[in-house]
Design a protein. Structure first.
Length: 141
């Protein structure tokens, strides 16, 4: 089976979210998409930006507000975090398999991560042993 890895060379949140959206619609093989955004608050599909952040302060400070197609909560992105998306057909999607890729990638850095989260299978976290959150996941069905 062919697998794809795409690493964005842009730090523009709108461009990266548009690329992710296009991949969701057009990717013909399982793909891992990696990107970084400059100072951005990214909100979920159904969130009110004014309830999630101080929009005027964000924009006055040179930040960006962006909306993603998936659900999930508001998150702050900057160049200090790496964002990832696993894009696959429903028949190939296996959350435990996909998130195990992240767990294995963290091991060489001495980070032992475990899956935890709500039981509704719509949101899961990867966290260090001891509770520090490393990743949250939202998905589009």
């Amino acid at each position: 089976m062919k697998l794809g890895i795409i690493i964005s060379d842009s730090n523009n949140a709108h461009l990266n979210l548009a690329a992710e959206s296009t991949l969701l619609e057009m990717s013909d093989c399982p793909t891992l998409f990696l990107w970084k955004n400059e100072r951005t608050v990214v909100i979920g599909a159904n969130q009110n930006p004014y309830a999630e952040c101080r929009v005027e302060t964000l924009l006055n400070d040179g930040g960006t507000l962006a909306r993603r197609r998936t659900g999930g909560g508001a998150v702050y992105h900057d160049l200090g975090n790496l964002n990832f998306s696993f894009i696959a057909a429903k028949r190939l999607y296996d959350v435990n398999k996909q998130l195990s890729v992240i767990q294995k990638a963290l091991l060489p850095y001495g980070i032992f991560a475990e899956l935890s989260g709500r039981n509704d299978k719509r949101q899961q976290h990867i966290q260090r042993q001891g509770g520090e959150s490393l990743s949250k996941r939202a998905r589009r069905i």
